[in-house]
Design a protein around this ligand. Structure first.
Ligand SMILES: [Zn+2]
Length: 443
């Protein structure tokens, strides 16, 4: 196995790693201290003197297909429930080809921003889109990215008191049998996994209690993770109390989800007592600052959650609410939003930790999210050559404060997947054209 030394980076987010990491067999095998040489002569040396090296970023909440309905005239300037009601009927037009292009575009955007592992929560299954999960896995493998495909679902439509129309929901048996199929086909366990499967009923207002319970049992049986939207808006809180007689956290407990398999998207409206219960039971939270600001949903209580012991990760959320898929931009927004509430106690290092180690915990992984010996060689390398960085003192702080949004190089499992800012194996101009054409059917 060949080794490569990323020699003497401009800066690196890792302890005693100033001389750069040595990579072999897809993993980090040595961290060289500043001014030192690797223990054994590496086969290849990459001059990293222009690069700021971060652990590959990890995105823990998204809806790739929503790239097809960005800034949609019928949805802009609405809060969550009305935003959803405007978009559901349009999303019912999703075809396998549009799904493929939406997935490829989102993955490419994420990768170019420095993401090495992502999750996607796909819950819209109109007739004919039975292989949505297969399309996603195929596209992630082509780009060489790690992905947790979250097999989403909706089975509570308007006629039964839910929010979505009939055209986008499935019945419980269909959903559960496809969950089993996808787990059996794609779910990898253990270190270095490229594809994992999570079960992800969409939200309290679009899924029955029975489906939540069944997915919880299935996840325990197959050792996979559970994901859903929770405590995103006051509307949701009111819906839960009116329909189930519970708060969203009580509901989570009632359906058997208050455990260490679960990571929640948003997690905004929790009381102190509820935060304590999430911590005690090992539930983690994906913070989605941009989406929360765009939809005016509120502010995730990141500091209270972390202080209690809840792992906090970061997610860009769907492209119809963000409206882009750039996790470095999300890091910038996370800092600004949290500063506004918590002041200087939230630093650039905190928000970078959410996008790496915190997100890894959300996905239940200990092999990624950090630059340390034994971890997977998933790295994002940025240069400070653009005008926006000129004059910057602290290189790592500069990435966050000056607003880095494009990695110069990205390595996943020891393989370069982005070189000179361009993803390997993707014609970006062609993708932009094809995706733009596919999006026209949603207008
Ligand atoms: Zn979402």
């Amino acid at each position: 196995m060949k080794s490569i030394w990323l020699k003497n980076p401009l800066a690196i987010l890792g302890d005693r790693a100033g001389g750069g990491p040595v990579i072999r067999g897809g993993r980090i095998v040595e961290l060289v201290a500043s001014g030192q040489q690797p223990e054994a002569k590496p086969d290849e040396v990459f001059d990293a003197s222009r690069h700021v090296v971060l652990p590959g970023l990890i995105n823990t909440h998204h809806h790739f297909y929503q790239t097809l309905t960005r800034a949609h005239p019928q949805a802009i300037n609405k809060e969550l429930f009305n935003w959803l009601k405007a978009l559901y009927p349009l999303w019912a037009r999703l075809t396998p080809e549009a799904m493929r292009l939406g997935t490829r575009l989102a993955l490419t955007e994420l990768l170019m921003s420095g993401v090495t592992t992502t999750s996607d929560h796909h819950y819209v299954f109109p007739a004919g889109l039975d292989d949505a999960m297969d399309i996603q896995v195929d596209e992630a493998l082509k780009l060489g990215m790690r992905m947790t495909v979250a097999r989403g679902s909706m089975n509570l439509s308007v006629k039964d008191g839910g929010l979505p129309p009939d055209s986008v929901v499935q019945d419980e048996d269909t959903i559960l049998s496809d969950c089993e199929r996808v787990i059996a086909k794609y779910h990898q366990r253990g270190e270095g996994a490229q594809i994992q499967v999570a079960l992800a009923p969409c939200s309290p207002f679009s899924v029955t209690q029975s489906l939540m319970c069944a997915c919880g049992e299935l996840a325990a049986k197959h050792d996979c993770r559970l994901h859903t939207h929770l405590a995103e808006t006051h509307d949701e809180d009111e819906f839960c109390r009116a329909r189930f007689g519970f708060s969203p956290v009580d509901y989570l407990e009632e359906v058997g989800w208050l455990n260490g398999r679960t990571w929640l998207a948003h997690g905004i409206h929790f009381s102190n007592g509820e935060i304590g219960r999430l911590a005690k039971n090992g539930v983690s939270v994906c913070h989605c600052p941009t989406s929360n600001m765009v939809l005016a949903s509120g502010h995730c209580r990141t500091q209270e959650l972390e202080k209690a012991g809840v792992a906090v990760g970061l997610g860009v959320d769907g492209s119809a609410s963000n409206d882009n898929s750039n996790l470095m931009e999300e890091v910038h927004h996370a800092l600004l939003m949290n500063r506004l509430k918590y002041g200087q106690s939230v630093t650039h290092l905190n928000v970078l930790r959410w996008a790496t180690q915190g997100s890894a915990k959300c996905l239940g992984r200990s092999d990624i999210g950090e630059i340390a010996v034994g971890k997977q060689a998933d790295l994002a390398l940025y240069t400070l050559d653009e005008l926006r960085f000129s004059g910057a003192g602290d290189p790592i702080a500069a990435l966050v404060l000056c607003g880095a949004h494009k990695a110069d190089r990205v390595m996943i499992g020891g393989e370069w997947r982005v070189i000179h800012g361009m993803p390997i194996g993707i014609n970006v101009e062609r993708l932009r054209f094809d995706h733009g054409e596919a999006a026209k059917r949603f207008l």
